[in-house]
Design a protein around this ligand. Structure first.
Ligand code: PFF
Length: 461
């Protein structure tokens, strides 16, 4: 078999893993989820999940991947036998299903970028109805999401160093610069401080069960945890690297970008007198109106930069999502990289069609099921099952696996390579404590509570 490939070193791995983490989850989803869930109150709970649970889970995933040098299924099966292999399969399935809808939203971002550059976006009168019309228009969506999938496939086909790492090393710094520029601009607008206040100062009375679950799901999605993405990337990491500090860098970068995305959006939204709880349309509805108010030249420039930023962020994440099933097919079924990429990209694109049609184009997919007292679309259902519910479940199963099967002493031995002071350190004690007690309890409980709340309408918290 051809060599599996590897990252060139620490910077390459951190750029690729941060590229996976930073995505639509940070820039599109985080601000609207925070907006709907009370702003500052959500932020605090989110930070708690990210650092107390997310970071140790990320360390565990990378260690599992590097130790076994395998895809998620291979890793669990090699260390835990066939039954545990199913946990890896669940992860690969989640990655595949998440990419089906993620690619659709990436297509919207790409389409909005093109509309902005053409000058047509800023001429519109009502962005809410424009957005609704846009997402229900299959011709746009089909074309732009197809192109997005082709670009993703092309990069993944080029392999680890040239494709995945090379792209992330260019796109990630560019993305940070654009984000900082737009945030600074937003803060100079009159009324911006109102937005900063909403975002930064928590109103603790807003914290309830659904804020806690929403923050947990968002934390896992944002850090790309719970489906073996970091087992896969970890399998390309050398034994010389320090897993803990690399994971910390990825986590901090991801949090900074999510935080900055809020700092970019809320001041703009408040400065324009709009509502922060707009929902999924926030960046597609609120922001174009703001770009329009800036005038044709500045508006086109800032708008085009913004949607470009969204596309870059999405691309480094779609790459990592596609790499997960591709690694599985290469390791377990001896497919060539090229064949695995072509097959998976085609299947995923086709499976994404019902999600693409979930926005008014086809009634069956738009009102697909009903739970939580609401009608939900096909895409809502896929998001709830494979992201909101399955990712924390994947984290739960991984911590139980490490605690009971692989054992923390093997985890420690793996981490010690590349981090000689780890064994016996306080960091080791904290990570082990979280892995054995905190993560299984907290994530297990959250899984049960979220399922009860979502599908049975029972709210206990
Ligand atoms: N972390 C990505 C985001 O925030 O947009 C989404 C994602 C990418 C989730 C890769 C899972 C994954 F494996």
């Amino acid at each position: 078999m051809a060599s599996r490939g590897s990252f060139s070193g620490r910077i390459g791995f951190v750029a690729a893993a941060a590229g996976s983490a930073v995505g639509l989850g940070n820039i599109w989803q985080f601000p609207y989820v925070a907006g709907v869930n009370g702003g500052g109150a959500f932020l605090i709970v989110y930070v708690f999940w990210i650092f107390v649970i997310g970071l140790p889970i990320m360390v565990g995933e990378i260690a599992l991947g590097r130790h076994t040098k395998m895809n998620p299924y291979g890793a669990y099966r090699a260390l835990g036998g066939k039954a545990w292999g199913l946990v890896g399969i669940l992860g690969i399935l989640c990655a595949t299903m998440i990419l089906t809808f993620y690619n659709v939203v990436s297509g919207w971002a790409f389409g909005y970028f093109v509309e902005t550059v053409k000058g047509t976006l800023l001429e519109k009168e009502n962005y809410s109805s424009f957005f609704q019309g846009y997402v229900s228009d299959i011709s746009n969506n089909f074309f732009f999401s197809l192109v997005f999938m082709v670009i993703t496939a092309f990069i993944v086909m080029r392999g680890i160093k040239k494709g995945i790492e090379g792209t992330a090393k260019i796109l990630m710094p560019t993305l940070l610069v654009i984000l900082i520029l737009i945030s600074i601009y937003g803060l100079t607008l009159p009324g911006a401080m109102e937005g900063v206040r909403f975002y930064i100062f928590p109103d603790f009375s807003q914290i309830n069960g659904s804020v806690i679950y929403a923050a947990l799901g968002q934390a896992f999605f944002s850090l790309s945890l719970g489906l073996g993405g970091l087992i896969t990337y970890g399998s390309y990491v050398s034994k010389k690297e320090n897993i803990v500090s690399s994971a910390a860098m990825v986590t901090v970068t991801d949090s900074i970008v999510a935080f900055l995305a809020g700092m970019m959006i809320f001041p703009l939204v408040f400065a324009m007198g709009q509502s922060p709880s707009e929902g999924p349309g926030l960046v597609f509805v609120a922001l174009p109106a703001i770009f329009q108010a800036m005038g044709p030249v500045l508006g086109t420039l800032v708008g085009a930069l913004f949607f470009l930023l969204l596309c870059f962020a999405a691309l480094t994440s779609t790459i990592s999502l596609l790499e997960i099933p591709v690694a599985y097919l290469r390791d377990e079924h001896k497919f060539s990289r090229k064949k695995a990429v072509i097959i998976m990209a085609t299947i995923i694109f086709l499976l994404g069609l019902p999600s693409m049609l979930s926005f008014g184009t086809v009634e069956t997919f738009t009102n697909f099921v009903s739970y939580q007292g609401q009608s939900k679309s096909f895409m809502d259902l896929i998001t709830d099952i494979f992201s909101v519910i399955a990712l924390p479940l994947g984290g739960f199963l991984m911590s139980v696996f490490i605690a009971t099967r692989w054992k923390t002493r093997n985890l420690s031995a793996e981490i010690t390579q590349g981090y000689s002071g780890y064994a016996g350190s306080i960091i080791e004690k904290i990570i082990n404590f979280i892995m054995v007690y905190v993560a299984p309890l907290a994530l297990g409980l959250m899984f049960v509570l979220t399922v009860l709340e979502k599908f049975f309408g029972i709210q206990l918290l």
